[in-house]
Design a protein around this ligand. Structure first.
Ligand SMILES: *Cc1c(COP(=O)(O)O)cnc(C)c1O
Length: 223
């Protein structure tokens, strides 16, 4: 199937109250344009250099989600260009995004990335760590970021029950924070979870943003 056909297919499959981020990393601008012309307006990128190049040549009304690990020395390059930075995985990064956003005169919407998968290597706050940070209330001093919710990934496994359990943990965390009045996070309404291989389970477990790459654009060729 073509990219345009895949876009139309996902629009039908995914419930209308769930946002679809088309993850275009490693794919050329022409393929993004093909998806765009089929009506897709939200794209996800994970590498700063590639993201910045694509923003330059693609339509201005695209909503870009940054979804990759963000190095602190590259923050400045993406500020003002993103609709949502989904992969904020440390307090230091959050502070820096706030500072750079202030300098640029913008407010950046972000998600806190939560680590629940069994792999060690993935980025993100551990639930206890993030809970501790939120309890500290330190984020209330940040005037140029808006914490919009949580992003996470399930374990990379064929064990569907484990995947479901990971999404369930993310959803529980999301609801707990959202319903805690002390936190005072009035814009905390996104739960981003689910990729090509597991988005159905994620949606069943309460996701409202799915990040679909290979099932739309095909395999990625690294290197
Ligand atoms: C690459 C990537 C995706 C998309 O993965 P697919 O399996 O190709 O759908 C989603 N989320 C993040 C954070 C990614 O890095």
């Amino acid at each position: 199937m073509s990219v345009a056909e895949n876009i139309r297919k996902f629009r039908e499959l995914v419930p209308s109250d769930v946002q679809i981020v088309a993850v275009s990393k490693f794919h050329p601008a022409e393929m993004i344009l093909e998806a765009y012309n089929a009506g897709q307006k939200t794209f996800g990128e994970s590498r700063v250099q590639e993201f910045v190049e694509k923003v330059k040549v693609l339509p201005e009304d695209i909503s870009w989600h940054f979804i990759g690990h963000l190095q602190t020395n590259k923050v400045k390059q993406i500020i003002g260009k993103t609709a949502l930075i989904e992969s904020v995985d440390s307090e230091r990064l959050l502070d820096l995004i706030d500072r750079e956003s202030e300098k640029a005169g913008v407010v950046s919407d972000i998600l806190l990335q939560l680590h629940v998968a069994m792999e060690e290597a993935k980025f993100g706050f551990y639930p206890s760590e993030l809970k501790e940070y939120l309890d500290s209330g330190k984020y209330k001093d940040l005037k140029n970021v808006r914490i919009r919710g949580v992003m996470g990934m399930a374990s990379n496994t064929d064990d569907e029950e484990r995947v479901r359990k990971d999404f369930h943990t993310l959803h529980d965390f999301f609801e707990e924070v959202r319903n805690n009045k002390e936190y005072d996070l009035p814009h905390f309404d996104y739960l981003s979870m689910g990729m090509s291989g597991d988005w159905q389970i994620a949606v069943e477990e309460g996701s409202n943003i799915v990040r679909i790459g290979s099932a739309i654009f095909g395999d990625r060729y690294y290197g």
